[in-house]
Design a protein around this ligand. Structure first.
Ligand code: NAI
Length: 462
């Protein structure tokens, strides 16, 4: 029986980051992974492959819409779908092999197979039982399908099937206007598919600042995505090549049907803890099927911890990574901390959408007096030059103290721009601190500074 200080179950961004940090802190570490490659959902069938397809399809969009304007003449490129998928698979391979390299470098054992916990202090992988002082569960999440809707990953697909469709569909129905639906809907819209998004709520992207959400929907509609909001999908009838989606409008209960070549079910994800043996161990779960943890990511069973999508909080790779590093510090006898108030969220469409902290809606609910500093990318020289002037930066600051409470960006590189605001928030900065920081010209980041200026005496370029 091999004996470890720590065995991490799952090698997604939560698990592999945790394993690396444990090893760096001098703990003898193993990581259990049943897939053929490391990296979990994010690297294999999530964040990374979808970003490859978003990148490739965005280049096509640029060629079709903006090249001629810049004097770059010629036929637009045609799409070789097989090659595009091969490029995506190559990107996955490079990333997953990268984790394998990091495991070797840090002397982390990869225990190949699906793990279970027969008792506290023991992890079973295949026929082998290993001993561990600390077990860290990082088994992630899986798509939560709608009741009665059968997924075949060919015609009725989750995000996994949508990343490897045999051909580009002519018509795609997307159920759910959340992150997955809009990112993958954008990919296929750019590749020529007709996209119909059906969303239960009366707005897209639940939880997003309402003003940003409205602007986002407008821009996506301009890009050819069609939306039916306030509609509950009732059933999906599929054959081998086609599907029929029936939905009911919530306002008047009227029913309608749409046809599709592919239906993407993107109605959320749920924790994945199957086969671990948690019920037998008496590990407490929440009513939403998450593993219940305390502020140190410990379950109620001594020596068993959990992080990432299988516990509460936003299902985001970077939230799992932060928890992975923090729990490693905890089991190594140090202090581990995650500031859940400063976790950015990004949607990698074009333009990108990024947010952190409070929205106007959450502040109103709390009765917190705030001010808004807003700046449009129309006033940003770099954005104008790059056909990227749609969108704005919005900073929310405390009315009395000017402390930054949240920020919302829709525009070019929003997912990168948000981080200077995250750092500012970590330091408890005021909008004025940001406004007084010199920002290089010409950069998109000047729009962030202008929004900070807008919290005070006003921006320069609007
Ligand atoms: P989501 O929770 O973001 O959105 C699901 C949407 O489906 C919601 O708008 C919901 O109202 C709608 N919906 C639910 N039932 C419905 C029904 N019967 N008919 C019509 N609409 C219905 O979930 P999504 O997009 O599946 O993503 C899952 C998780 O993965 C999220 O937590 C997301 O944050 C994460 N993710 C994050 C990414 C990123 O950070 N860029 C990329 C992809 C996923």
């Amino acid at each position: 029986m091999a004996s470890y200080d720590v065995i991490v179950i799952g090698s997604g961004p939560g698990g592999y980051v945790c394993a690396i940090r444990c090893a760096q802190l001098g703990l003898k570490t193993a990581c259990v992974e049943g897939r053929d490659t490391l990296g979990g959902t994010c690297l294999n069938i999530g964040c990374i492959p979808s970003k490859a397809l978003l990148h490739a399809s965005h280049q096509l969009h640029e060629a079709e819409h903006n090249f001629a304007k810049m004097g770059l003449k010629g036929k637009s490129p045609s799409v070789d779908w097989t090659q595009m998928l091969a490029y995506k698979d190559d990107v996955i391979g490079q990333n997953t092999k990268g984790i394998e390299f990091l495991f070797k470098k840090n002397k982390i054992d990869w225990l190949k197979g699906w793990g279970s916990i027969p008792e506290a202090g023991r992890v079973k992988v295949g026929d082998n039982v290993h001993e561990a002082k600390h077990i860290i569960i990082a088994t992630g999440s899986e798509p939560s399908a709608l009741p009665g809707i059968e997924i075949d990953e060919k015609v009725v697909v989750t995000s996994e099937g949508a990343l490897s469709l045999p051909k580009i569909p002519k018509k795609m129905v997307v159920i759910g206007a959340g992150v997955i639906g809009l990112e993958l809907g954008s990919v296929y819209a750019r590749l020529g598919a007709e996209i119909h998004v059906i969303e239960f709520l009366d707005h897209i992207t639940p939880g997003m600042d309402a003003e940003v959400s409205k602007q986002f929907q407008k821009l996506l509609t301009k890009q050819g995505l069609n939306f039916t909001l306030g509609a509950a999908v009732q059933k999906v009838q599929a054959t081998k090549t086609k599907a029929k989606v029936t939905y009911k409008l919530r306002k008047d209960d009227s029913e309608a049907t749409v046809d599709a070549d592919v239906v993407l079910v993107a109605t959320g994800r749920k924790p994945y803890t199957d086969g671990l043996g948690l019920a037998e161990l008496g590990v407490e779960m929440t009513e939403r099927g998450q593993i219940r943890t305390d502020s140190h990511w410990s379950t109620n069973v001594k020596g068993i911890h959990a992080i990432g999508d299988c516990i509460s909080g936003p299902m985001l790779a970077h939230k799992a990574e932060d928890e992975g590093m923090a729990v490693a510090e905890v089991v190594a006898g140090k202090h581990g901390h995650v500031n859940y108030g400063v976790i950015p969220g990004v949607i990698y469409t074009h333009p990108e959408v990024a947010s952190v902290g409070e929205t106007e809606e959450t502040l109103k609910d709390k009765g917190h007096a705030y001010k808004v500093g807003k700046f449009s990318f129309m006033g940003n020289g770099r954005a104008k030059a790059n056909f990227a002037a749609d969108g704005f930066v919005k900073i929310l600051a405390d009315k009395a103290t000017d402390r930054i409470l949240g920020a919302h960006i829709i525009g070019p590189m929003a997912g990168d721009l948000i981080h200077e605001i995250c750092v500012a928030m970590e330091f408890g900065a005021s909008a004025q601190d940001l406004a007084l920081t010199c920002h290089a010209h010409p950069t998109y980041s000047e729009a962030v500074r202008e929004a900070a200026l807008a919290c005070g005496d006003g921006p320069i370029h609007s």
